[in-house]
Write a protein that binds this ligand. Structure first.
Ligand SMILES: [Zn+2]
Length: 329
């Protein structure tokens, strides 16, 4: 099956923009001759021109998973179960829309609005004239798809803002989807604010200082926000809950191999990432920086909370709270 080149190139285009897609996040799909071609789990949209990242599923079978016929992984809906790729965990909502193209991604501008009360309230005016709706936060997979289905109802919707997550844009032509993506980016654009502070990072074995995002540790407001909660799922999945803060001496004594998450803040000093961190983890570190430096200082942030963190990490909620308490000393 030859997928439309303009679909592949728009997928790659958004995948190459860190303000739209970070690492393997986001997914796009096209429906052709009754088959749904969706980005495979673990692949990156940025690689769309270089290799095959799309896998075909039967959208009717994917919808049956939504109604209890599977675990939501949509493996049962694969057209070729030996293709070696797994469909995205977000496949069910791609199947749910009748539109030919579904683009879902973790736009920093959309996230900024979707994680703050004031941002959510501002959407009505900023998106006025568009066919849009907001859906509440749910774990990606069947719970999220059901929440989207409920929010959309019977309306003809082009845009869904996913609270504490990202955005979905649907359309029947690629031009329409592309125009919508960039129009919304412009409407939701927020200026970057970062207080320039001098930092003097130190060397810690196994850790690497990331000067580009130092403000997360040196700007008191950003530090407080970065360390006090998690705001969207991929942060938890790639960096763990919130961002841990350690003192110089704690970090100096820490064996990175023993530490459960790849990034650490030292207040007033700098941001550190394990020297063997994966590119996706680095991309998620840039993402939290890009989000927090764009949120106006007077917006009240709405973290997803410990129960949602535990759910994303497949932890029992009570055991998770105990582990967190231990980590936080
Ligand atoms: Zn997503």
């Amino acid at each position: 099956m030859k997928l439309p080149p303009e679909f592949i190139s728009l997928s790659q285009e958004i995948g190459a923009r860190p303000l739209l897609v970070q690492g393997p996040g986001g997914n796009t799909s096209v429906k052709i001759d009754g088959q749904l071609w969706i980005k495979a789990s673990g692949t990156e949209l940025a690689e769309a021109l270089d290799k095959n990242i799309f896998v075909a599923v039967d959208p009717a079978k994917a919808m049956q998973e939504l109604h209890g016929a599977g675990d939501g992984s949509c493996r049962s809906a694969l057209i070729d179960s030996d293709c070696g790729l797994r469909p995205s965990i977000e496949t069910t909502f791609h199947a749910m829309f009748d539109h030919k193209f579904v683009f879902h991604f973790h736009s920093v501008a959309a996230i900024c609005h979707a994680i703050a009360e004031e941002g959510r309230n501002a959407l009505a005016e900023k998106l006025s004239g568009l066919q849009w709706v907001a859906a509440p936060y749910r774990k990606p997979g069947i719970p999220l798809t059901k929440a989207i289905r409920e929010a959309v109802g019977t309306r003809d919707i082009q845009v869904v803002v996913l609270n504490n997550h990202g955005i979905i844009i649907v359309g029947n032509t690629i031009d329409e989807v592309r125009d919508q993506i960039y129009d919304i980016e412009e409407r939701l654009d927020l200026p970057v604010h970062e207080s320039k502070t001098v930092n003097s990072p130190a060397d810690y074995p196994g850790w690497m200082c990331v000067p580009d995002v130092a403000a997360l540790a040196t700007d008191p407001n950003l530090f407080q926000r970065a360390t006090s909660g998690t705001y969207y799922p991929d942060h938890v999945v790639f960096l763990g809950p919130a961002m841990p803060a350690l003192s110089r001496s704690e970090l100096a004594e820490l064996d990175p191999a023993e530490f459960p998450v790849p990034t650490v803040l030292v207040e007033g000093e700098g941001v550190y990432i394990k020297t063997d961190a994966k590119p996706a983890q680095r991309a998620m570190l840039d993402c939290i920086y890009n989000v927090l430096t764009r949120i106006p200082a007077d917006w009240a942030l709405l973290p997803i909370g410990e129960d949602a963190e535990a759910e994303l990490l497949n932890w029992d909620a009570e055991k998770y709270r105990q582990a967190l308490a231990k980590r936080n000393g």
